[in-house]
Structure formats: C-alpha cells, structure tokens
Design a protein around this ligand. Structure first.
Ligand SMILES: [Zn+2]
Length: 93
C-alpha cells in the first residue's frame, strides 16, 4: 500500500502515462480510498492542463508560477460564484 507521500511524488508520472502498470494500479487503489490524494491528483491535472495552455517552452515547467496562476483562477472563479448567486444566472450556464 502506497503512502500519501508516495502517491504525491508519483502523481505526475501517473498522469503522464495511461498504462496499466502495477504501480499505476497501486496509485489507483490508493486514490479510491484516499480523498486527499484524489483531490491532489485532480488539482495536478488542472495545473498541467493550464500549463499546456500557458504555452511554456521546453520542459522547464515552473510549477510554482503555474500554481500561482491556478490559485488566482480559483479565486476568480470563487468570487464570480459568490457574486452570481441568483438563480437566473445559474440557469444561463
Ligand atoms: Zn492519500
């Protein structure tokens, strides 16, 4: 059984390949049981998608910067949602 720490360090590798290696199964198993790591992997996925959109050159991905962008985005979304609490706005989505 993998620890949360191991899953965290393997998460990016796990997202890279969609293969059914024993390690991936172990991670999957852990994710099934651990909401914290599920959340972590989900955030990592979003971060990586954003990273692709930000168009970084080479493999020099500055995760710190991306994470900041992501947090700003989350904050924006949050304040958007807080401002749009009326049902009319919701149904337009
Ligand atoms: Zn975990």
């Amino acid at each position: 059984m993998l620890s949360c720490k191991q899953v965290a360090s393997l998460a990016s590798q796990y997202l890279d390949k969609d293969t059914s290696t024993p390690l991936n199964w172990q991670i999957r198993l852990h994710l099934l049981m651990c909401a914290n790591c599920r959340r972590f992997v989900r955030h990592l996925k979003i971060t990586r998608t954003l990273a692709k959109n930000i168009e970084l050159t080479d493999n020099a991905i500055d995760t710190e910067t991306i994470w900041k962008h992501l947090q700003e985005k989350i904050q924006q979304e949050k304040s958007k949602n807080e401002n749009n609490h009326s049902p009319e706005n919701k149904s337009q989505e």
